[in-house]
Design a protein around this ligand. Structure first.
Ligand code: ARG
Length: 461
């Protein structure tokens, strides 16, 4: 062989590899076979192929499915993609009848259908795992609706809350994520099959039949759009990104809370690792990874948005780039939800440390101001400045405002010198938390009320 021939052969091989998607779209084999069986049934019902031909095709496709399921199928880039691989195997198995399966269809609507089936199936799977996580968080919440912890803004102590209430904040986030997956499922539940290459087909097909057979709500409305857009996949990538963002926020808190500075929680040993050099270390690797993996999921979303932004109608090969990021994001959220759910299920909570943390930072200072507004009829801004003086006094004494005696409080400024002793009950941390009874507020009473709302939701359908 001359050098030129070698170069040519090498180039051909590189190009085949470059063009092929089989090494990743083999992931869609089950959806491809399901789609082809539905398509063949419709062709038979419409008299485009015979019932006998359809049955041969179906048997052949099921054999291929079994081969792939059992790992007895060789994927080879000479087939380019999963659609070609299955079609050629079908022809090899059942002969010329196999060549009829592609009547009134193109790989363009075939891939759009397979991928949409994949996206829809995984939308439901991920949605349901979110509900499991919420139910674990609700369980924690119901055990800790009276466990005081410092509520923060700007990561600074703000007002006393309870740990159950804090968990309910995440329940609310993950429930919205659930709803987002649900909305996307409904929006995208339309069948592209029968769109053919871009313009529909002259064959007398019935798209409602294939749509029904594949479990979609109805056929899509425009063939050209159906083979070319991938917004259904972007919906999934966006929904996964938001869910990962919420997972990352909870992970960040777990990392903070398990530090010596907080010590609010301990994670089960299996979710922490030691350092190779510092023998005393217990590192929160798992929540760190959950936080870190959020980055790749955002990358997949931006990646596909960028692939799609300049595409003229209709199908373009660029869209072959839609799959790997989606597979990766699905896998990442799937495993992240499994792991986070278990981290939370096994989490050890330290209420005593949370309580200790409540005693610094004057969490009940707002309650003193509110007391003066309600009981002394002072405008809030005035009460605010008087409270500042009480805080200064507490700092001077090295105490928290909730620990001041009535004499100490009275001596903090002229305006407080005759204040009634009952004010101390307002400065009590637990009373402060329990005073916030507004709907969705932190009091134990409101927390228990909302726990019921989530519980009902968890047990619905
Ligand atoms: N492997 C291709 C993809 O994933 C399948 C569709 C190819 N269609 C075509 N006309 N080249 O997008």
């Amino acid at each position: 062989m001359t050098n030129n021939q070698i170069l040519k052969n090498t180039n051909a091989k590189i190009l085949d590899e470059f063009n092929a998607s089989i090494m990743f779209d083999k992931n869609l084999y089950a959806q491809d076979i399901k789609g082809s069986i539905a398509h063949s049934k419709m062709l038979a019902l419409q008299g485009i192929i015979t019932a006998e031909e359809q049955s041969q095709i179906e048997v052949g496709l099921n054999t291929i499915k079994q081969m792939i399921d059992e790992g007895n199928f060789v994927f080879d880039i000479s087939s380019e993609d999963i659609h070609m691989a299955i079609e050629s195997k079908l022809i090899e198995l059942i002969g010329d009848v196999g060549k009829k399966v592609h009547t009134a269809r193109s790989r363009n609507d075939q891939v759009a259908t397979d991928f949409r089936l994949y996206v829809q199936e995984h939308t439901i799977l991920l949605r349901d795992k979110l509900k499991v996580l919420v139910s674990v968080l609700v369980d924690i919440a119901s055990k800790h609706s009276d466990t005081l912890m410092p509520g923060m803004t700007h990561l600074q102590h703000a007002q006393p809350i309870n740990f159950g209430y804090h968990m309910l904040s995440y329940c609310a986030m993950f429930k919205r994520d659930f709803d987002r997956f649900e909305d996307a499922f409904k929006r995208n539940n339309y069948c592209p099959l029968g769109s053919a290459a871009l313009a529909g087909t002259p064959h007398n097909i019935d798209r409602y039949t294939t749509s029904d057979l594949l479990g979609f709500y109805a056929p899509t409305l425009n063939a050209q759009d159906s083979v070319s857009d991938r917004d259904f996949a972007l919906d999934l990538l966006y929904n996964i990104s938001i869910a990962m963002m919420h997972i990352s926020r909870l992970s960040e808190e777990l990392i903070l809370w398990s530090s010596y500075e907080f010590k609010f929680v301990s994670m089960s040993d299996e979710y922490a690792t030691t350092s190779s050099i510092m023998p005393q270390k217990k590192n929160p690797d798992v929540p760190e990874l959950l936080r870190g993996k959020t980055g790749r999921v955002y990358g997949n979303l931006i990646g596909l948005l960028t692939v799609m932004k300049g595409l003229p109608l209709a199908y373009n090969k660029d869209t072959q780039e839609d799959k790997e990021g989606v597979f990766d994001s699905v896998k990442t959220l799937d495993i992240s939800l499994e792991i986070l759910t278990d981290v939370m299920r096994t989490l050890v909570i330290h209420p005593e440390n949370m309580l200790k943390a409540c005693k610094v930072g004057h969490l009940s200072a707002t309650d003193l101001a509110d007391y003066m507004v309600t009981n002394l009829n002072l405008p809030f801004r005035e009460a605010y400045y008087i409270t500042k003086q009480a805080v200064a006094k507490a700092n001077e004494l090295g105490k928290d405002i909730s620990e001041l005696s009535i004499e100490e409080l009275r001596s903090s400024c002229d305006e407080l010198k005759n204040i009634d002793e009952e004010v101390l009950t307002y400065l009590d941390l637990r009373n402060s938390m329990n005073s916030r009874k507004s709907y969705g507020g932190t009091s134990t009473q409101s927390t228990l009320e909302i726990i019921e709302v989530f519980r009902e939701w968890c047990f619905s359908f």
